[in-house]
Design a protein around this ligand. Structure first.
Ligand code: NAX
Length: 327
């Protein structure tokens, strides 16, 4: 049987953590033959550490055959020791009266510390997914704080946006979501992201021709996907958690185990593809194989798409600018 791999999860006692850890431990992320050791990080605060203990008791009580160990940590330097995968979920939420700049600064501090800790103690091959918002910029900060690790191993989560877009398209066309190929989400995990079905097919038929309604694309689809997080908060009184955890599982599973040629969306550091400046943590369509992702190149970008890409890029550049002095 396979040797266990180490999976670090931050914010482990939070809502997403609660929907995520049990699925990692049951083998849904890395495969039903891959034992895992969970290295869980929470803030030192007594309430958070107690909550983490409770989550660990429940993990134990599941008696998962693949769960080879569980550790509780309050310091990233121990939590990330030798870790093969790191899911950075914990972040500072926007509090009352907090300005955007304060939010960026508070998170920059967290992700600088965590990036440095990964740099110091994680596996040299660690694959990092940042979920905590602002996810792209937090991933950028972690990457910049970990100069000894491969840049390409730092990623941000846009998979929830991708899955949300897929679901809207399936509903609109009356077809099954599993039949969708070649969907892309460009840019920032924020309402500016650009969900793009111009090249998509569903059951082999072109989605654009099936829907054939550009007004629906611009006035219904894009705002619905972009503001879905807010709609869930309005309905549930809490932000999306199970769907976010599911997206994190999808992201890591596809990265580790491959997509068989299917396009998925990952936030990854640009190498200049599609005119995005190097290092910007940008949502791109990718395929994965052998533990590596590859950007889908050669997609024609029409005028409207270029405008959308420019808008989400500008927002990301502004965020990067806002943390530049902290790096
Ligand atoms: P919760 O507030 O329920 O949980 C967050 C947990 O992180 C808390 O238990 C907190 O103590 C812990 N934490 C905070 N700072 C930490 C640190 N420095 N080290 C370790 N742990 C720390 O939030 P939850 O609903 O779980 O959401 C977590 C993050 O995901 C938030 O930033 C949220 O905005 C973000 N999201 C990102 C999404 C995406 O698609 N990229 C979608 C869902 C979600 O909104």
């Amino acid at each position: 049987s396979k040797k266990p791999v180490r999976v670090a999860v931050t914010g482990a006692a939070g809502q997403i953590g609660y929907a995520l850890l049990f699925r990692i431990a049951s083998g849904e992320m890395l495969g039903k033959d891959q034992p895992v050791i969970l290295q869980l990080l929470e803030i030192p605060d007594e309430k958070a550490q107690n909550a983490l203990k409770g989550v660990i008791m429940e993990l134990e009580d599941c008696a998962f055959p693949l769960l080879a160990g569980i550790e509780a940590h309050s310091d990233p330097m121990t939590a990330f020791k030798d870790t093969d995968y790191a899911l950075l979920v914990g972040a500072r939420p926007r509090g009352p009266g907090m300005e955007r700049a304060d939010l960026l600064a508070a998170n920059a501090q967290i992700f600088t510390v965590q990036g440095k800790a990964l740099n110091a103690v994680a596996s040299r091959d660690v694959r990092v997914l940042v979920v905590g918002n602002p996810a792209n910029t937090n991933a950028y900060i972690a990457m910049k704080s970990a100069p000894d690790l491969p840049r390409k191993n730092f990623t941000a989560m846009l998979r929830l946006d991708h899955n949300r877009a897929a679901s809207q398209i399936a509903t609109k066309t009356g077809k099954a979501v599993a039949g969708i190929e070649k969907l892309a989400v460009w840019g920032n995990h924020s309402p500016t992201m650009y969900a793009d079905y111009r090249n998509a097919t569903i059951d082999g038929q072109p989605v654009k021709a099936l829907i054939n309604d550009e007004q629906w694309n611009r006035e219904v689809f894009l705002p619905t996907v972009g503001k879905r997080g807010a709609a869930i908060i309005a309905a549930r009184g809490l932000s999306s958690a199970a769907s976010a955890a599911n997206a994190a599982i999808d992201h890591m599973r596809d990265w580790a185990l491959g997509t068989n040629g299917k396009w998925v969306t990952m936030g990854i550091p640009s190498n200049g593809e599609y005119g995005i400046p190097k290092d910007v943590m940008f949502g791109y369509p990718v395929t994965c194989e052998g533990g590596e992702y590859k950007i889908v190149e050669g997609i024609a970008i029409d005028e409207f798409s270029q405008e959308c890409i420019n808008k989400t890029l500008k927002e990301l550049m502004d965020e990067q600018d806002g943390v530049k002095h902290l790096l």
